[in-house]
Design a protein around this ligand. Sequence first.
Ligand SMILES: O=C(O)CCC(=O)C(=O)O
Ligand SMILES: [Fe+2]
Length: 278
Amino acid sequence: MVDTDRYPIHRTDTPDWRTSAAAVRSALDRTGCAVLAGFIRPEHLDRLRAEGDRIAPDAHYETARVNVYNTDVDDLDPDLAREHPARVVMDRGNAFVARDRIPEDLTIHRLYRDPRVHAFLAACAGLPALYELADPLAGLCLNVIPPGRSHPWHFDTNEIAISLLTRAPSTGGRFEYCPDIRATDRENTGDVADVLAGRRTELVHGLALTPGDLQLFRGRYSLHRVTPVGGTRARHTAIFSFSTRPGVVGTEERTRQLFGRVLSEHRAAQPQVDDLLI
Ligand SMILES: O=C(O)CCC(=O)C(=O)O
Ligand SMILES: [Fe+2]
């Protein structure tokens, strides 16, 4: 199903494979984002969309009140400056289908488990290896944004997000991002607040995605959102989460936020982030 003429993921460590991964990596280093256009061959796109439609009813719907940092908006530090972006509360209108509701024979689940995909994406990200999460819910999700809803501005917890658009809406639902608006040693709350307020539009880049495009993105440093979906059809993306060491499981609090439930694995998990960003 992968267009291996354009992306020779099956020829691990050959010169073609290295050249292809290096091109992705240089886009990622330059702009914090790389798109592997036409990653899935066109003849597989109908099946990809139909599989998403089949599981979308299993998404966890709950319009959460969030800020860009995904911290608890009902328990903000009273000493935060009035103009601090953590004070800007938005409705998160998307819903996730968790991995345990995505059958193993679905295209997106087969891609997520494929060692050739892991090796290629690791090379694209400039990492020695990438591992599936040990998390039974968060490793692979379908992000469903129904008409009239949006996925508001936020930073990700993961260093790198990898996603595949499986269903495009007829209008709206555009992915927008501010490349490297923050860094590990610099929150840059001034610019973040400006973007949230609709100022500094020159910091915002839009991405035109087509179903079957695979996107790699440094979502921990680049503020991003999906604009409100128009028309009558939902927008679907498969979100593939990987870690740089095996055995990673999400925290109980974040898991409950995203999926509305937790399993025993999450109750035992510890936060695994090692920088000082919010
Ligand atoms: O669905 C998308 O394109 C973006 C999703 C996203 O930003 C996220 O799940 O953190
Ligand atoms: Fe994100």
